[in-house]
Ligand binder design. Structure first.
Ligand code: PLP
Length: 418
């Protein structure tokens, strides 16, 4: 039986409070474990998506498993029974560090190199105002860079004295590019003043998986000091190893493919880079966390129930396993590409193969406005995709996750052509 609050506080103390979290988690996972999928992969019944909705926009924002939602709700409820105890005293310090340890395992770094942020945008804001960049230094990124990793640089450039340059990535040639050409495109763009290169691991428009390690090695040879990688689309979709990527900084948003509660992100800041980076938020933790990425999440009060539930989202994803997830997403993508090829009127606008691709692909409905098609898909067919109307790209971005199947893809394409 659940111990009373008084017993918790007076009796076994911290251990009992920890057990309380475990009890909520266990109950949440047991009550939501209804998977009917024969291969053990989480089926649609593990999620709360509206019946009849075809959700193909996991690249914009993911949906948390019911188990994670319930655990989150349980932590919120518990927190409200004694906010001071859970928010300001010690019982949730250790669970929070467990979340950090899981995050570090996910990214392939040490726990002292991970800050639990709110999203990817936050990490790039941190860099734009906190790196020692000034007059004579240039920030470089391509047109594939998301605004969350781009706008902050221009915002701080005048005050800090550095310059910002964006170069165009030709979206009309994406399907035929190879890794060497991508590296060469970045190489041509780098100039003598380029100090930091910002690039997506997988971009959000056409899903080009950048050969990050090769770009990083080339850029360093040309005097670029920092490689900052936007991993908003990769953590939880593809295996990530920040050291193998040769990233100095890697940022992600956990509410996409990691399916955490909304408003959570991770920032990997390599140990030696931490010394150069001034925190953006500061309160009482600067001395306590010196030499540790936690100085970058010195927020004061934050939504701890959500942070603790991030640990459950990470555990949920890790139980699926990287290779099973990758195999399934790859198969879905190949199905999508084949379905597009079979339908006159559609054009595949993403990399052809999986090595440079991801579980998000751009499909052009020839002769139609992608914005109008996406609106019609939602209004008339309850299908959610993201349209892109950019120079060189008028396409629907389709981003399936494990809850989707070939039927969803077929329904989406047929409705788009109708
Ligand atoms: C590649 C990429 N970077 C950054 C972001 C911004 O994410 P957030 O709003 O969670 O910071 C997104 C969101 O779609 C994205 O796709």
């Amino acid at each position: 039986m659940r111990p009373s609050r008084r017993q918790l506080l007076q009796g076994a103390g911290a251990a009992a409070l920890l057990a309380e979290l475990g009890w909520i988690r266990e109950r949440a996972f047991a009550s939501a474990d209804t998977s009917s999928s024969p291969d053990g992969m989480p089926g649609r019944d593990r999620y709360g998506l509206e019946p009849g909705l075809t959700y193909l926009n996991h690249a914009s924002v993911g949906t948390a498993p019911i188990a994670v939602q319930r655990a989150h709700a349980g932590y919120l409820e518990l927190c409200e029974t004694n906010p001071w105890l859970y928010m300001w005293s010690e019982p949730w310090s250790e669970p929070r560090e467990t979340v950090r340890a899981r995050s570090a395992a996910l990214l392939g770094c040490s726990k002292e190199e991970v800050a639990i942020t709110h999203n990817t945008t936050e990490c790039f804001n941190l860099l734009a105002q906190g790196l020692p960049l000034g007059p004579g230094d240039e920030v470089l990124f391509s047109s594939l860079n998301h605004s969350g990793a781009s706008v902050c640089w221009s915002h701080h450039a005048a005050a800090k004295g550095y310059s910002v340059r964006r170069f165009d990535f030709d979206l009309t040639r994406i399907a035929t590019l190879d890794a060497d050409e991508i590296v060469a495109r970045y190489e041509r763009a780098i100039g003598p003043k380029t100090r930091i290169l910002v690039l997506p691991h997988v971009d959000n428009q056409v899903g080009l998986r950048h050969p990050v390690a090769a770009i990083a090695a080339m850029a360093r040879e040309r005097g670029v000091r920092w490689i900052a990688v936007d991993g908003a689309q990769t953590a939880g979709m593809l295996p990530v190893d920040v050291r193998a990527l040769e990233a100095d900084i890697f940022a992600t948003s956990c509410h996409k493919w990691l399916q955490s509660p909304k408003g959570l992100g991770l920032a990997y800041v390599r140990r030696d880079v931490q010394r150069d980076l001034r925190p953006m938020w500061v309160t009482w933790g600067q001395e306590r966390w010196r030499g540790d990425a936690r100085v970058f999440e010195d927020y004061g009060t934050r939504a701890l129930p959500a942070v603790i539930a991030l640990g459950d989202a990470l555990a949920f994803q890790s139980a699926i396993g990287d290779s099973r997830r990758t195999d399934r997403l790859r198969a879905l993508r190949e199905t999508l590409r084949d379905l597009v090829a079979e339908r006159p009127g559609l054009t595949w606008r993403s990399p052809t193969g999986w090595t440079l691709g991801a579980s998000l692909a751009a499909v052009e409905v020839r002769g139609r406005s992608s914005t109008e098609v996406a609106a019609r898909l939602f209004d008339e067919h309850a299908i959610v995709v993201r349209p892109f109307a950019l120079p060189g790209l008028n396409a629907l971005r389709i981003s399936p996750n494990l809850t989707n199947d070939a039927g969803d893809l077929e329904r989406c394409l047929d409705a788009a052509l109708a």
